[in-house]
Design a protein around this ligand. Sequence first.
Ligand code: SF4
Length: 321
Amino acid sequence: MVTLINTTEAPAKPRARHPEKAHRADSPRLEKPHWIRVKAPVSRGYHETNEIVRQNKLVTVCEEAGCPNIGECWEKKHATFMIMGEICTRACAFCNVATGVPTALDTDEPRRIADAVRQMGLQHVVITSVDRDDLDDGGAQHFVEVIEAIRAASPDTTVEILTPDFLRKDGAIEHVARAKPDVFNHNLETVPSNYLKVRPGARYFHSIRLLQMVKEVDPTIFTKSGIMVGLGEERNEVLQVMDDLRAAGVDFLTIGQYLQPTRKHHPVARFVTPDEFKAFETIAYAKGFLMVSSSPLTRSSHHAGDDFAKLKAARLSAHGY
Ligand code: SF4
């Protein structure tokens, strides 16, 4: 008799991307209107960007968030790098980034990001990250090292950061601001009445205060924030968010349509029309923002390089510096 012993281990079960959402019922999907059209990712520029990202073992929010603009942005060699891993300690109801226990910080990452920025010849780069509530400083020092590495490798490249909220991380916001990124972006994501269900780990007034603190550390740093609409908010609530951001001295506002990554994510309450986006833009300019980008496919890092040039020109003409 021959006894067969199976010595091969069972293949590891793939880790669930959103374990905290698995138990939720599927939400209904609204059919996308004709104005939500995106470019297919097929161009040569797209493939070249893809190659540089892979070679340098980098993570991009373009892929992790399933951004609809990836075909257009990567064709122009514009990507937003996501640092400190691919696993987030928060579980926002709108976000496609995986939730779980993050890996240890990769101390070589600042060098690789700086190499990629140089290879791609970027004039303006956007760096974002997952939330790292597990780290004592929320990842502030890592942000600083990435900014410094880019500055050393590409002194003429302007740096925009899109940070988590550093909630309960004393001194972290000031530490990052002192590294003098050209643009400090922190997204409010939605109106305060939605926070408990859409952005449960965050606190609206802390996020407003973060943006205000950046200006207190260095008023010359441009500040930027964004929200998604179509999450069930009221129009007046959007106008209130604009006022709160202006009270914190924020320069640049982005407003885009929320798109549901999977049926386990927050449902799209409605598709805001292009005319409504235009009206938000007009009102936001009237409230004093230096720059406003408001359209269905606006994302906080979309056209960031061109927008930075316009932002500088707008401040020069309004304030003379
Ligand atoms: S809009 Fe931002 S996140 Fe989306 S593809 Fe462009 S750079 Fe990436």
